[in-house]
Design a protein around this ligand. Structure first.
Ligand SMILES: NC(=O)c1ccc[n+]([C@@H]2O[C@H](COP(=O)([O-])OP(=O)(O)OC[C@H]3O[C@@H](n4cnc5c(N)ncnc54)[C@H](OP(=O)(O)O)[C@@H]3O)[C@@H](O)[C@H]2O)c1
Length: 431
């Protein structure tokens, strides 16, 4: 598709948490190659009043026929549940429309039927958002690791359970209290049964087995144990041995014979510092083990309207740009040097005595840089000095320590390094 090509017309079925977020992304001007032309929801008049930010030319309807009549090239199914979602996807594919869905239930139970239908009708069917919210784990398995034979898929794929178990260990609250907290923050449904009892996680695992193993384990064949029985004592006992409790979904395929998959969903004690143990709040983590690639980790925001909408829109963009030759490489950026922002720093001086009266603490004090704490140093025969300083700009810090250089220290004997937390992740928004 060239820049002059007309935009891809998109119709959304379902205007709830994810549907609204997708509509907002399509309307904010960032994706000129995608045009929202119609929305289907049960009460279109009320929904239209609640969404004055949508372009007036968008057509509102309450049924699939009304949506298909708009001649959108892609139908985005976001009504959820098994029926009529399955029937709508099938009808859209039969009508020659591409379909993008976030529906894990439909894909886990009816993926085979729908993908066969898509192939027969020559219409694409994409479902990245069905597993792991914004995390591109379907694409990662389907494309990125296609060259390997996957032997294990394991993950924390239900953000609600992860939030609940995290609250139980972090705030010491009961499971019921943690569930109420999750509901208040929009991380849990009014009826959290599918999450707590492992049904949501096993639907996602079922999809991952089909994509990763090339052998589908239907949800009903994956044993799922509820996390409801876990209490504060269990959480404390796990902590006493350096572990946390997580709802883990796992599938192993050690051998090459068909049918040799073992899988399950349930609470397990995992290491605090393991990938699964480090998933916080509604974050998801999926570990994929391949025969030659070893372990690949997919991690990020696994739920929420905004994160899930990103996966949906990425699927739409993939349909709008079916590149068989590389995309154009972008023009050089006009960006300048990065701003020198104030951060805490580590400072190490190998021979502080070389600067005579200009001791490092004095130099820092003279520049108005606050010492946080002195750090213990290995015995090295000299008076090596190291400390942490409170947030300051690096240029100012280096300037303050310049007298050490003029006193004969070399670059290697005086070092300043920022403390950075680039992997810190703000809590995802609820909707
Ligand atoms: N929320 C998340 O964080 C998340 C994350 C990943 C995947 N997903 C998946 O994304 C899909 C949508 O989830 P959601 O959270 O956005 O659900 P939601 O908030 O319940 O929204 C569903 C929307 O679909 C409409 N709808 C349902 N049945 C309909 C029908 N027969 N005809 C017309 N409209 C109908 C609902 O209308 P009413 O309001 O009138 O019922 C509502 O507007 C689901 O498959 C879900 O599993 C969600």
């Amino acid at each position: 598709m060239t820049a002059a090509a007309p935009p891809l017309n998109v119709a959304i079925a379902g205007f709830g948490t994810v549907g609204r977020s997708v509509a907002r992304l399509l309307c904010d001007g960032r994706h000129p190659g995608l045009r929202l032309v119609a929305v289907c929801t049960r009460r279109p008049e009320a929904a239209r009043r609640d969404a004055p930010w949508l372009a007036p030319e968008v057509v509102w309807t309450s049924d699939l026929d009304g949506l298909l009549a708009q001649r959108a090239a892609v139908i985005v199914e976001l009504i959820g549940g098994e029926e009529p979602a399955r029937a709508w996807i099938a009808a859209a594919l039969r009508a020659g429309r591409a379909v993008v869905t976030a529906n894990k239930q439909v894909m886990a139970e009816h993926g085979r039927e729908l993908v066969s239908l898509a192939r027969a009708s020559g219409s694409p069917l994409r479902f990245e958002a069905a597993v792991g919210g914004a995390i591109p784990v379907i694409r990662g398995l389907q494309d990125g690791l296609a060259g390997d034979r996957v032997t294990r898929i394991a993950g924390v794929v239900n953000g609600t359970c992860n939030f609940v178990l995290g609250r139980m260990s972090g705030a010491g609250v009961s499971l019921d209290e943690a569930v109420r907290d999750a509901q208040a923050r929009g991380f849990a449904e009014a009826d959290p049964a599918a999450d707590l009892d492992g049904l949501d996680a096993r639907a996602k695992l079922s999809i991952l087995t089909a994509i990763g193993f090339g052998e589908h384990l239907p949800p009903g064949r994956i044993p799922a144990a509820s996390i409801r029985g876990i209490d504060a004592g269990d959480v404390a006992a796990a902590a006493s041995i350096g572990r946390v409790i997580r709802q883990v979904a796992w599938a192993d395929r050690p051998g090459r014979e068909p049918g040799g998959i073992a899988a399950g969903v349930g609470a397990a004690l995992v290491g605090c510092d393991s990938w699964l143990g480090r998933a916080r709040g509604p974050e998801n983590v999926v570990l994929v083990r391949g025969e030659r690639s070893g372990t690949t980790v997919f991690a990020g925001q696994g739920a929420g309207g905004g994160a899930t909408a990103v996966a949906v829109v990425s699927d739409l963009l993939a349909l709008a740009h079916p590149w068989s030759v590389p995309r154009p490489w972008p023009a050089p950026s006009t960006a300048g040097a990065p701003a020198d922002v104030a951060r805490p720093h580590y400072v190490r001086v190998s021979r502080p005595e070389a600067a005579g009266p200009h001791t490092p603490p004095r130099l820092l004090e003279g520049a108005g840089i606050e010492l946080d704490r002195i750090l213990a140093q290995p015995e090295s025969g000299g008076a090596r000095w190291a400390a942490l300083v409170r947030p300051c700009r690096r240029a100012g810090l280096d300037r303050a320590l310049e007298p050490l250089l003029s006193a004969g220290a070399t670059g290697g004997e005086f070092i300043t390094l920022p403390l950075v937390d680039l992997d810190a992740c703000p809590e995802t928004e609820a909707a």
